[in-house]
Write a protein that binds this ligand. Sequence first.
Ligand code: NAP
Ligand code: MG
Length: 503
Amino acid sequence: MDGAKGLETLSKEVLQFINGKRKLLIDGKWVESQSGETFEVYNPATGQVIAHVPAGNKEDVDMAVKAARKAFTEGSPWRKLTPSERGRIVSRIGDLILKYADELAQLESLDNGKPVSVARAADIPLAADLFHYMSGFATKLDGSTIQPSVPYTPGAEYHAYTRREPIGVVGQIIPWNFPLLMAAWKLGPALTSGCTVVLKPAEETPLTALRLGEICQEAGLPDGVLNIITGFGETTGAPLVAHPLVDKIAFTGSTEVGKLIVKAAAHDLKKLSLELGGKSPVIILDDANLDIAIPGAANGIFFNQGQCCAAGSRLYIQEKVYDQVVEGIAKYAKNLKVGPGLDPTTQLGPLVSQIQLERVTGFIESGKSQGASAASGGSRWGNEGYFVEPTLMVNTEDHMKVVQEEIFGPVVVATKFKDLDDDLIRRANDSVFGLASGIWSQDISKVHRLAARLQAGTVWVNCYNIFDASLPFGGFKQSGWGREMGSLVLNNYLESKTVCISL
Ligand code: NAP
Ligand code: MG
């Protein structure tokens, strides 16, 4: 292994895992890719190679899809399970994630760069909780009974009911910002619904998904129900979307790739759910409790190095408190401890990749060239790894790229508003995205009026980035189709069948 630097704190399990030969999971077996090719996985804190994983391609995807198809056929071990048995397996996956929480947190931090303390406190328990929450639905996927009137068959009597049935084979394509948690958001409801899955993790962060595959086996998931193909978007993701035996694609990632998937799925009208980008507005009113609003808004952008689709990346601050809030957030940013994720005292880790480093610093430069300035940060941090300083940009105008486009890094723009009027609402909604939003205020009437008018799938009030398995999450406008989590997510994986009987 060539990337030993900074890995002194890793447990022997994690070292064994990254040094071992990683394989694809197809039909319950760990196998090499058909081509035998592999690709490198990097430590974002150092840029050094930490592992090699198989580069799956069309042939591997085809084998995985066929395995998932076989596992879904009537009479297969998976289909023969009672709902309660299925739910227990899903629940056991949650139990095992908790059992291996320390190991998973280290692996996630190493692979993605995020602070290990954050992975241990948030990503891992949230992933476990998602499986636990979903598992209870396995026994409650009820339809309804209906009494039809049918006016054109006078005198006839009918009895009707609906059944909720799994959609079938699902291709799940996930991003690198919360690798294990995104796998959980996708797998929890799909398995609970009785679907079978081919999962493609992001090329930057394949490690915890592969470990999750082992965990699912340990939990008793029958062969072929979950297949995992590591590889690149064009050579692994695209063939999965194109495969005729896949019934549905669930995707989280960029709006750009989301649109490609919509086009690719048009030929056979695969079902799609899409969780895409965001540029979420956060409104701070002059009556807000600034003791909580300032750290809250700062954490709303800097959490996970700003690599959150829901990041509160546009601040609208009421005139009277503008200076105080800008000063407070700048101070918060300057005090954040930046460093390698594996250091337990780190609060802000590196970005995930060289590409993201260049992309985010490129945005900061574009803001500066258009007349904005940095009240904190504004540059790359250090000269090793992919770190960016937590950055607050002021003197921005609504048309600038830094205000309109998703940066996906620790960069927030702040602007002023005078009154809570139509113009503020127009500016807050002036985005192609509509994923999340925030309001900081102690005036309950203003809060409710604003919450109703923001075009966003989530409105957080006096809090931000509050995620829970019970809370549906997803986007208006170009932020996506469908909802993740809550009971609503099950609609992504179930068909409704109407059975109508003449008595
Ligand atoms: P991305 O390209 O959209 O990647 C997301 C997933 O889609 C990855 O697994 C990717 O595989 C796969 N993929 C890429 N091209 C595909 C294709 N043609 N068909 C099927 N699957 C495909 O996102 P990214 O490149 O990692 O990040 C770019 C930008 O996307 C970020 O800067 C950010 O703005 C946004 N983003 C948003 C979210 C979110 O949660 N909404 C998450 C991540 C990124 P590979 O990993 O192999 O490319
Ligand atoms: Mg990509």
